[in-house]
Ligand binder design. Sequence first.
Ligand code: RIB
Length: 286
Amino acid sequence: SLRAGRSDSVGLLVLDVTNPFFAEVARGVEDTAGEAGLAVVLLNSAEQAGRQRRAIRLLAEQRAAGAVVMPVDGDTADLLWLRKQGVPGVLLDRGDVSADIACSVAVDNHAGGLAAGRHLVNLGHERVTYLSGPADLEQCRTRLAGLRAALEESGLDPDASVRVIETEQLNAESGEKAVEEVLAGGPRKRPQAVFCSNDQLALGVLKGLGERGLSAPADLSVVGYDDVATAGLVHPGLTTVAQPKYDLGAAAMRLLLSELNDPDHTHERLRFAPELVVRGSTAAVR
Ligand code: RIB
């Protein structure tokens, strides 16, 4: 078998172990691996290329049976290197790779931005701030493109309607910090809505608004991305674009098992659809 001489563990490389998005993905990976008698070794790059490189080398040295990799900056070079060492690897969430080379699993980011944008347009919002993560993240740019397309199809000029604020990271602290800039210019220039490229940012925005005596949706609407469990626990609940987190992990692991065990395996490029979840943080413009 392909696994001869290999350990019974597979590596899972996540981007931020403190973000519940990755915990839910990990659960899907682990359940599926467990059914096949494999243990999952969790590795956290913390979005740092150097940490990712070291983690990938470790998996090769330890002769891991395989790996599921969520790559820093969507860069697939380390995954491809690992495959060259004879460790099959599946790409998950970020980046892209041709199905000639490896399996990949991701969600349609443009569709997610479009769904959020249409929701905001339907509520009458014409001044939207997009809280991007780091602008060099392709996913964040694609979600923005979806938002812009939604405004455009309803006759608005995205250049005039959308303001983009970059944040250093995709975490709550960055979201909280960004509120000052979101509100700059005073009540009349304030956006009617803030669309955040993940829920951690959005939850930070809700906190930052609260610290200033403001709230969603009374003062402005707030939309997140991912639908982590916390999004439904805060009050008001966070409107967000849900990603099928558990299914992403389970699907990536199933493809890896197929590559390990099925002599007829062919690589797949799986793409899931996101889904808008409307909660209390968005409302019609008054
Ligand atoms: O919350 C983490 C974000 O970065 C998610 O939207 C996910 O898709 C990841 O790449």
